[in-house]
Design a protein around this ligand. Structure first.
Ligand SMILES: *[C@@H]1O[C@H](CO)[C@@H](O)[C@H](O)[C@H]1NC(C)=O
Length: 352
Protein backbone atom coordinates (compact mmCIF):
# COMPACT_ATOMS: atom_id res chain seq x y z
CA UNK A 1 0.00 0.00 0.00
CA UNK A 2 2.78 2.47 1.04
CA UNK A 3 4.68 1.60 -2.12
CA UNK A 4 1.68 2.25 -4.34
CA UNK A 5 1.17 5.63 -2.65
CA UNK A 6 4.78 6.59 -3.21
CA UNK A 7 4.48 5.42 -6.81
CA UNK A 8 1.36 7.53 -7.41
CA UNK A 9 2.96 10.55 -5.74
CA UNK A 10 6.00 10.17 -7.98
CA UNK A 11 3.80 9.85 -11.04
CA UNK A 12 1.96 13.05 -10.17
CA UNK A 13 5.24 14.83 -9.57
CA UNK A 14 6.67 13.70 -12.92
CA UNK A 15 3.50 14.77 -14.74
CA UNK A 16 3.66 18.18 -13.13
CA UNK A 17 7.33 18.62 -13.94
CA UNK A 18 6.79 17.67 -17.56
CA UNK A 19 3.78 20.01 -17.79
CA UNK A 20 5.90 22.88 -16.49
CA UNK A 21 8.69 21.94 -18.91
CA UNK A 22 6.23 21.91 -21.83
CA UNK A 23 4.82 25.25 -20.85
CA UNK A 24 8.23 26.90 -20.74
CA UNK A 25 9.28 25.37 -23.99
CA UNK A 26 6.18 26.60 -25.78
CA UNK A 27 6.32 30.05 -24.34
CA UNK A 28 7.50 31.59 -27.59
CA UNK A 29 5.96 29.48 -30.36
CA UNK A 30 6.94 31.82 -33.19
CA UNK A 31 9.15 34.78 -34.12
CA UNK A 32 7.54 37.48 -36.27
CA UNK A 33 9.68 40.20 -37.82
CA UNK A 34 9.07 43.74 -39.04
CA UNK A 35 11.68 46.18 -40.29
CA UNK A 36 14.39 46.88 -42.85
CA UNK A 37 17.52 45.23 -44.29
CA UNK A 38 18.90 44.53 -40.81
CA UNK A 39 16.32 41.72 -40.67
CA UNK A 40 14.87 41.29 -44.20
CA UNK A 41 15.22 37.64 -45.24
CA UNK A 42 14.20 38.13 -48.88
CA UNK A 43 10.99 40.13 -49.32
CA UNK A 44 12.64 42.63 -51.68
CA UNK A 45 13.31 39.79 -54.15
CA UNK A 46 9.66 39.98 -55.12
CA UNK A 47 9.11 43.71 -55.42
CA UNK A 48 10.06 46.31 -58.03
CA UNK A 49 13.05 47.89 -56.34
CA UNK A 50 16.73 48.23 -57.13
CA UNK A 51 17.58 47.40 -53.54
CA UNK A 52 18.12 43.66 -53.77
CA UNK A 53 20.68 41.10 -52.69
CA UNK A 54 19.45 37.80 -54.14
CA UNK A 55 22.61 37.19 -56.12
CA UNK A 56 26.19 36.27 -55.35
CA UNK A 57 28.32 37.04 -53.45
CA UNK A 58 25.44 37.69 -50.99
CA UNK A 59 24.68 34.52 -49.08
CA UNK A 60 27.97 32.83 -49.94
CA UNK A 61 28.30 31.64 -46.31
CA UNK A 62 24.59 30.81 -45.95
CA UNK A 63 23.41 27.17 -46.07
CA UNK A 64 24.30 25.88 -49.52
CA UNK A 65 25.99 29.19 -50.41
CA UNK A 66 22.54 30.44 -51.32
CA UNK A 67 21.78 34.15 -51.89
CA UNK A 68 18.40 34.55 -50.19
CA UNK A 69 17.90 38.28 -50.28
CA UNK A 70 19.51 38.77 -46.87
CA UNK A 71 21.94 41.71 -47.01
CA UNK A 72 24.71 39.59 -45.61
CA UNK A 73 27.14 36.80 -46.43
CA UNK A 74 25.10 34.62 -44.09
CA UNK A 75 22.41 34.95 -41.47
CA UNK A 76 20.81 38.02 -39.93
CA UNK A 77 20.18 38.55 -36.16
CA UNK A 78 16.56 37.41 -36.25
CA UNK A 79 17.70 34.01 -37.60
CA UNK A 80 19.97 33.57 -34.57
CA UNK A 81 17.18 34.72 -32.25
CA UNK A 82 14.66 32.28 -33.74
CA UNK A 83 17.18 29.46 -33.43
CA UNK A 84 17.94 30.33 -29.80
CA UNK A 85 14.23 30.19 -28.94
CA UNK A 86 14.06 26.81 -30.65
CA UNK A 87 11.36 27.80 -33.13
CA UNK A 88 13.30 27.47 -36.39
CA UNK A 89 16.79 27.88 -37.79
CA UNK A 90 16.08 30.77 -40.16
CA UNK A 91 13.08 33.03 -40.55
CA UNK A 92 11.49 32.83 -44.01
CA UNK A 93 10.38 35.92 -45.91
CA UNK A 94 6.62 36.29 -46.32
CA UNK A 95 7.06 36.76 -50.09
CA UNK A 96 9.44 33.88 -50.64
CA UNK A 97 7.55 31.43 -52.91
CA UNK A 98 9.58 28.53 -51.51
CA UNK A 99 7.54 28.74 -48.29
CA UNK A 100 3.88 28.30 -47.41
CA UNK A 101 1.68 29.21 -44.48
CA UNK A 102 2.75 25.92 -42.90
CA UNK A 103 6.33 27.25 -42.64
CA UNK A 104 5.07 30.56 -41.27
CA UNK A 105 3.36 28.94 -38.26
CA UNK A 106 6.65 29.18 -36.34
CA UNK A 107 7.90 32.45 -37.79
CA UNK A 108 7.67 34.88 -40.65
CA UNK A 109 9.43 38.02 -41.79
CA UNK A 110 7.63 41.06 -43.22
CA UNK A 111 10.72 43.28 -43.31
CA UNK A 112 11.79 45.13 -46.43
CA UNK A 113 15.31 46.45 -47.02
CA UNK A 114 15.39 50.21 -47.44
CA UNK A 115 12.25 50.94 -45.47
CA UNK A 116 11.84 53.26 -42.52
CA UNK A 117 9.31 54.55 -40.03
CA UNK A 118 8.72 57.52 -42.35
CA UNK A 119 6.63 56.79 -45.48
CA UNK A 120 8.96 59.09 -47.43
CA UNK A 121 11.87 56.74 -46.67
CA UNK A 122 10.27 53.68 -48.26
CA UNK A 123 9.41 55.85 -51.30
CA UNK A 124 13.10 56.54 -52.00
CA UNK A 125 13.79 53.04 -53.30
CA UNK A 126 10.21 51.94 -53.80
CA UNK A 127 10.19 49.36 -51.03
CA UNK A 128 7.47 48.19 -48.62
CA UNK A 129 6.42 50.94 -46.20
CA UNK A 130 5.96 49.97 -42.55
CA UNK A 131 2.19 50.48 -42.67
CA UNK A 132 2.04 47.96 -45.50
CA UNK A 133 4.09 45.42 -43.54
CA UNK A 134 1.20 45.64 -41.06
CA UNK A 135 -1.32 45.02 -43.87
CA UNK A 136 0.58 41.85 -44.79
CA UNK A 137 0.60 40.86 -41.12
CA UNK A 138 -3.22 41.11 -41.15
CA UNK A 139 -3.40 38.99 -44.30
CA UNK A 140 -1.06 36.47 -42.65
CA UNK A 141 -3.34 36.27 -39.60
CA UNK A 142 -6.30 35.35 -41.83
CA UNK A 143 -4.28 32.61 -43.52
CA UNK A 144 -3.03 31.35 -40.16
CA UNK A 145 -6.57 31.12 -38.76
CA UNK A 146 -7.64 29.07 -41.75
CA UNK A 147 -4.56 26.86 -41.52
CA UNK A 148 -4.36 26.04 -37.78
CA UNK A 149 -7.80 27.10 -36.55
CA UNK A 150 -8.84 30.26 -34.78
CA UNK A 151 -7.87 29.25 -31.25
CA UNK A 152 -4.36 28.08 -32.07
CA UNK A 153 -3.80 31.06 -34.37
CA UNK A 154 -4.76 33.47 -31.60
CA UNK A 155 -2.41 31.65 -29.22
CA UNK A 156 0.47 31.95 -31.69
CA UNK A 157 -0.23 35.63 -32.35
CA UNK A 158 -0.33 36.56 -28.67
CA UNK A 159 2.60 34.42 -27.52
CA UNK A 160 4.92 35.03 -30.49
CA UNK A 161 8.04 37.12 -30.07
CA UNK A 162 7.92 40.18 -32.32
CA UNK A 163 11.20 41.72 -33.43
CA UNK A 164 11.08 45.20 -34.91
CA UNK A 165 14.25 46.67 -36.41
CA UNK A 166 14.37 49.84 -38.50
CA UNK A 167 15.18 53.56 -38.40
CA UNK A 168 18.66 53.73 -39.94
CA UNK A 169 17.32 54.48 -43.40
CA UNK A 170 15.16 57.34 -42.15
CA UNK A 171 18.38 59.19 -41.36
CA UNK A 172 20.94 57.86 -43.86
CA UNK A 173 18.75 57.31 -46.92
CA UNK A 174 16.27 60.12 -46.37
CA UNK A 175 16.87 62.92 -43.81
CA UNK A 176 20.55 63.59 -44.60
CA UNK A 177 20.18 62.97 -48.34
CA UNK A 178 17.03 64.85 -49.38
CA UNK A 179 16.12 68.36 -48.29
CA UNK A 180 12.37 67.78 -47.79
CA UNK A 181 12.48 66.50 -44.20
CA UNK A 182 15.37 68.77 -43.22
CA UNK A 183 13.34 71.80 -44.29
CA UNK A 184 10.51 70.78 -41.98
CA UNK A 185 12.22 69.15 -39.03
CA UNK A 186 15.32 69.72 -36.95
CA UNK A 187 17.12 66.48 -36.09
CA UNK A 188 15.41 66.40 -32.72
CA UNK A 189 11.98 67.02 -34.26
CA UNK A 190 12.60 64.30 -36.81
CA UNK A 191 13.49 61.85 -34.00
CA UNK A 192 10.18 62.76 -32.33
CA UNK A 193 8.32 62.32 -35.62
CA UNK A 194 9.79 58.82 -36.08
CA UNK A 195 9.16 57.77 -32.48
CA UNK A 196 5.53 58.89 -32.82
CA UNK A 197 5.18 56.61 -35.84
CA UNK A 198 6.86 53.82 -33.89
CA UNK A 199 4.35 54.32 -31.07
CA UNK A 200 1.41 54.17 -33.48
CA UNK A 201 2.89 51.02 -34.98
CA UNK A 202 3.15 49.42 -31.51
CA UNK A 203 -0.46 50.35 -30.73
CA UNK A 204 -1.57 48.98 -34.08
CA UNK A 205 0.04 45.56 -33.78
CA UNK A 206 -1.03 45.42 -30.12
CA UNK A 207 -4.61 45.89 -31.30
CA UNK A 208 -3.98 42.98 -33.68
CA UNK A 209 -2.96 40.74 -30.78
CA UNK A 210 0.81 41.17 -30.48
CA UNK A 211 2.12 41.34 -26.89
CA UNK A 212 5.82 40.47 -26.76
CA UNK A 213 7.43 43.26 -28.74
CA UNK A 214 11.17 43.76 -28.84
CA UNK A 215 12.14 46.94 -30.60
CA UNK A 216 15.70 47.52 -31.76
CA UNK A 217 17.14 50.98 -31.58
CA UNK A 218 19.94 52.23 -33.79
CA UNK A 219 23.60 51.21 -33.77
CA UNK A 220 26.35 53.81 -34.41
CA UNK A 221 25.11 54.52 -37.93
CA UNK A 222 27.93 56.97 -38.63
CA UNK A 223 30.43 54.10 -38.62
CA UNK A 224 29.16 52.10 -41.61
CA UNK A 225 31.86 52.08 -44.33
CA UNK A 226 29.73 54.15 -46.73
CA UNK A 227 29.44 56.96 -44.17
CA UNK A 228 33.17 56.81 -43.47
CA UNK A 229 33.87 57.05 -47.20
CA UNK A 230 31.85 60.24 -47.60
CA UNK A 231 33.14 61.75 -44.34
CA UNK A 232 35.98 63.48 -46.17
CA UNK A 233 36.25 66.44 -43.82
CA UNK A 234 36.31 64.05 -40.88
CA UNK A 235 39.29 62.12 -42.24
CA UNK A 236 37.08 59.11 -43.07
CA UNK A 237 36.43 58.47 -39.43
CA UNK A 238 32.97 57.61 -38.05
CA UNK A 239 30.49 60.44 -38.49
CA UNK A 240 30.02 61.40 -34.84
CA UNK A 241 27.07 63.66 -35.57
CA UNK A 242 25.15 60.69 -36.97
CA UNK A 243 26.15 58.55 -33.99
CA UNK A 244 24.83 61.17 -31.60
CA UNK A 245 21.58 61.37 -33.52
CA UNK A 246 21.29 57.58 -33.17
CA UNK A 247 21.84 57.84 -29.40
CA UNK A 248 19.21 60.58 -29.12
CA UNK A 249 16.75 58.50 -31.11
CA UNK A 250 17.37 55.46 -28.90
CA UNK A 251 16.70 57.46 -25.73
CA UNK A 252 13.37 58.72 -27.09
CA UNK A 253 12.44 55.25 -28.30
CA UNK A 254 13.11 53.86 -24.81
CA UNK A 255 10.88 56.51 -23.23
CA UNK A 256 8.11 55.61 -25.62
CA UNK A 257 8.53 51.90 -24.78
CA UNK A 258 8.22 52.55 -21.02
CA UNK A 259 5.14 54.65 -21.66
CA UNK A 260 3.28 52.06 -23.74
CA UNK A 261 4.22 49.34 -21.27
CA UNK A 262 2.37 51.32 -18.59
CA UNK A 263 -0.61 52.11 -20.77
CA UNK A 264 -1.35 48.86 -22.59
CA UNK A 265 -2.36 45.89 -20.40
CA UNK A 266 -0.36 42.69 -20.93
CA UNK A 267 2.01 44.42 -23.31
CA UNK A 268 5.60 43.35 -22.74
CA UNK A 269 7.64 45.67 -24.90
CA UNK A 270 11.42 45.55 -24.64
CA UNK A 271 14.01 47.93 -25.97
CA UNK A 272 16.69 45.94 -27.78
CA UNK A 273 19.64 48.26 -27.53
CA UNK A 274 22.61 47.10 -29.58
CA UNK A 275 24.37 50.49 -29.68
CA UNK A 276 26.98 49.69 -27.04
CA UNK A 277 27.90 46.24 -28.28
CA UNK A 278 28.13 47.49 -31.88
CA UNK A 279 30.19 50.47 -30.74
CA UNK A 280 32.54 48.14 -28.88
CA UNK A 281 32.99 46.02 -32.01
CA UNK A 282 33.64 49.15 -34.09
CA UNK A 283 36.17 50.60 -31.65
CA UNK A 284 38.15 47.47 -30.77
CA UNK A 285 37.50 45.02 -33.60
CA UNK A 286 40.58 42.89 -32.88
CA UNK A 287 39.16 41.96 -29.46
CA UNK A 288 36.42 40.13 -31.38
CA UNK A 289 38.84 38.59 -33.88
CA UNK A 290 38.24 41.05 -36.71
CA UNK A 291 41.01 42.52 -38.85
CA UNK A 292 39.09 45.17 -40.80
CA UNK A 293 36.39 47.60 -39.69
CA UNK A 294 36.78 50.70 -41.91
CA UNK A 295 36.06 48.86 -45.14
CA UNK A 296 33.62 46.13 -46.05
CA UNK A 297 34.41 42.72 -47.51
CA UNK A 298 32.54 43.21 -50.75
CA UNK A 299 34.45 44.78 -53.64
CA UNK A 300 36.39 47.94 -52.66
CA UNK A 301 34.39 47.95 -49.43
CA UNK A 302 33.92 51.69 -49.55
CA UNK A 303 30.61 52.30 -51.34
CA UNK A 304 29.25 49.05 -52.75
CA UNK A 305 25.95 47.49 -51.76
CA UNK A 306 23.12 45.75 -53.59
CA UNK A 307 23.91 45.51 -57.36
CA UNK A 308 27.25 47.28 -56.91
CA UNK A 309 28.35 44.43 -54.67
CA UNK A 310 28.69 41.95 -57.50
CA UNK A 311 30.40 38.63 -57.94
CA UNK A 312 32.48 40.16 -60.73
CA UNK A 313 34.69 42.14 -58.40
CA UNK A 314 38.09 40.50 -57.87
CA UNK A 315 38.58 42.68 -54.78
CA UNK A 316 35.97 40.95 -52.61
CA UNK A 317 37.61 39.47 -49.53
CA UNK A 318 38.17 35.74 -49.15
CA UNK A 319 37.27 35.40 -45.47
CA UNK A 320 34.32 37.51 -44.37
CA UNK A 321 34.98 36.52 -40.74
CA UNK A 322 37.89 38.96 -40.71
CA UNK A 323 35.54 41.84 -41.55
CA UNK A 324 33.02 43.65 -39.38
CA UNK A 325 31.09 44.74 -42.48
CA UNK A 326 29.97 42.66 -45.39
CA UNK A 327 28.96 45.46 -47.76
CA UNK A 328 29.30 49.21 -47.32
CA UNK A 329 26.14 49.34 -45.21
CA UNK A 330 25.62 45.92 -43.61
CA UNK A 331 27.48 43.77 -41.06
CA UNK A 332 28.89 40.32 -41.75
CA UNK A 333 27.25 37.22 -40.34
CA UNK A 334 29.98 37.10 -37.69
CA UNK A 335 29.07 40.59 -36.47
CA UNK A 336 25.38 39.63 -36.52
CA UNK A 337 26.17 36.57 -34.43
CA UNK A 338 28.10 38.54 -31.80
CA UNK A 339 25.33 41.13 -31.53
CA UNK A 340 22.69 38.38 -31.32
CA UNK A 341 24.61 36.52 -28.61
CA UNK A 342 24.56 39.75 -26.63
CA UNK A 343 20.81 40.33 -27.13
CA UNK A 344 19.49 36.77 -26.71
CA UNK A 345 19.96 36.57 -22.89
CA UNK A 346 17.96 39.81 -22.57
CA UNK A 347 15.19 38.31 -24.69
CA UNK A 348 15.27 35.08 -22.66
CA UNK A 349 15.01 37.06 -19.42
CA UNK A 350 11.98 38.93 -20.69
CA UNK A 351 10.04 36.26 -22.55
CA UNK A 352 11.08 32.74 -21.77
C1 LIG B 1 1.76 56.66 -44.33
O1 LIG B 1 0.92 56.29 -45.41
C2 LIG B 1 -0.25 55.60 -45.04
C3 LIG B 1 -0.98 55.16 -46.30
O2 LIG B 1 -1.18 56.22 -47.16
C4 LIG B 1 -1.11 56.48 -44.15
O3 LIG B 1 -2.23 55.76 -43.72
C5 LIG B 1 -0.29 56.91 -42.93
O4 LIG B 1 -1.02 57.82 -42.16
C6 LIG B 1 1.01 57.56 -43.38
N1 LIG B 1 1.82 57.84 -42.20
C7 LIG B 1 2.21 59.08 -41.85
C8 LIG B 1 2.96 59.21 -40.58
O5 LIG B 1 2.01 60.04 -42.55
Amino acid sequence: MRLICIFIALLILITQISMVACKTRNHVPSVIVFGDSTVDSGNNNKIATLLKSNFKPYGRDFEGGRPTGRFCNGRVPTDFIAEAFGVKKNIPAYFDPAYTIDDFVTGVCFASAGTGYDNATSDVLNVIPLWKEVEYFKEYQEKLRIHVGKEKANYIISEALYVISLGTNDFLENYYIFPTRRLHFTESQYQDFLVDIAENFVRKIYSLGARKLSIAGLVPIGCVPLERTINILGDHDCNEKYNNVALGFNAKLENMISKVNKELPQLKALSLNAYDIANDIFTRPSYYGFEVVEKACCSTGTIELSYLCSDKSPLTCKDANKYVFWDAFHPTEKTNRIVSNYLIPKLFAAYR
